[in-house]
Ligand binder design. Structure first.
Ligand code: FE2
Length: 401
């Protein structure tokens, strides 16, 4: 799948619905299916759509090249994250604490989003304590709390999304080598990035159909409104405020509210933008399935240097691992496994738990570190493909607990 400008749309191309919200991506055309006529393209352009996700492997248009393979392009310089200190505690050891923290954070998100809608101030000092705990958890073992971002209920999207963005941003920020002070600001900006949506009328937020131009304008004011809410009540530093204000700005200057570009977009906002889109793509919603993490990362890779600042998606993928924890994969041994831990210097070879044999029969779960047996080239065990666990009746969460 890749993202193209609407002007490059051709008859026979297959449009994909990535499930991104109309509200946040007003110029993204997402009606899934093959483009059947030039009239359709003219209408899409006339309606003001600017960009489209297309699937080069579907549809009758033959001239479309697929995106570059993710692995090859990333492995060329996979070393720059390899100096990251190893994890202090095991995944299992961290998981209990991470779970409690994630539940507490979710409760906080419910409270402040409801409160803000009623006109109450947010409890900023409470958010600071939670962010501090998220940083501690990420420092001990980032795989634990990051894996929880994919195991949640889809009907609570707005709450889980704000916490997930904070968690993903802090984990990414840690792997970028940001200071503790920066991580604190990043976590707060993540939690509150969509606070301004509390000031958008529910009729617009929940409108099932397409928004009018006027409604889009109101929707696009949410970063500014969030910035104002936080600024009014005090507590949040300038970097946090800027992170909230600019989280929909793009590297190419085609974002909002100020069409800022390049260096005008703060580092925190660039990181939040990556975490925001990744969580939106991979989330299951009432009306759509979540995209597999591997797919979402591949798609975001095609947006590098345009939507995202140069180097950020690339580093995010290395930080998450090409196969994030919780991914369900088929191995070269023809067995099936759940990814249980990342190996940051060799992202193609994570730790896995083998759960089905080559006949797709359940087997006694067996932990394997794919990085460990890479030496003997005749017996290299590797990942062949990433699969949808639901089709195999597998719940990855059950194996990670
Ligand atoms: Fe937003």
């Amino acid at each position: 799948m890749k993202k193209i400008p609407a002007t490059q749309l051709r008859v026979g191309m297959f449009v994909v619905d990535a499930g991104l919200s109309w509200m946040d991506y007003p110029y993204l055309y997402q009606e899934e299916g093959e483009i059947e006529s030039q009239e359709r393209i003219d209408a899409i352009l006339a309606e003001g759509f600017e960009e489209i996700f297309v699937d080069p492997s579907r549809g009758s248009y033959a001239g479309l090249e697929d995106e570059e393979p993710l692995e090859e392009s990333l492995l060329q310089d996979a070393d720059d994250l390899a100096r990251i200190p190893s994890r202090k505690v095991s995944f299992k050891e961290e998981m209990g604490r991470a779970r409690r923290l994630y539940t507490d954070s979710l409760q906080f998100a419910r409270e402040f989003l409801h409160g803000a809608r009623m006109g109450y101030l947010v409890d900023y000092s409470k958010s600071e304590k939670l962010v501090e705990s998220v940083i501690d958890s990420v420092m001990r073992n980032d795989d634990a709390i990051v894996s929880l971002t994919k195991l949640r209920d889809f009907d609570e999207y707005s709450y889980t999304h704000s916490i997930n963005v904070a968690v993903l941003a802090v984990a990414f920020g840690k792997n970028l080598g940001l200071s503790h002070k920066m991580l604190r600001a990043l976590g707060s900006a993540g939690i509150f990035h969509d606070l301004g949506k509390a000031k958008i009328p529910e009729a617009i937020l929940n409108k099932p159909g397409k928004l009018t131009e006027e409604e889009f304008e109101i929707m696009k004011s949410h970063p500014q409104k969030g910035f104002e809410l936080l600024a009014q009540q005090g507590g949040a530093g300038e970097d946090v405020l800027l992170g909230v204000l600019q989280h929909h700005e793009k590297h190419n200057g085609r974002g909002y509210p100020d069409a800022a570009s390049g260096d005008e977009v703060s580092v925190l906002a660039r990181i939040i933008a990556v975490a925001d889109v990744y969580d939106a793509l991979t989330s299951e919603r009432v009306y759509k399935k979540g995209m597999l993490p591997y797919k979402a990362l591949s798609l975001m890779y095609t947006m590098r240097g345009e939507d995202f600042h140069t180097g950020y998606v690339e580093r995010f993928i290395k930080s998450m691992g090409i196969y994030p924890v919780g991914s369900f994969v088929r191995l070269s041994s023809r067995e099936y496994a759940v990814v249980s831990g990342s190996n940051i210097s060799v992202p193609l070879y994570p730790q896995v738990i083998v759960v089905l044999d080559y006949m797709q029969r359940p087997c006694t779960p067996r932990q394997v570190d794919l990085a460990e047996n890479r030496g003997d080239s005749s017996h290299v065990l590797e990942i062949i493909e990433c699969l949808n666990p639901k089709r195999y009746n597998i719940d990855p969460a059950a194996y990670l607990m």
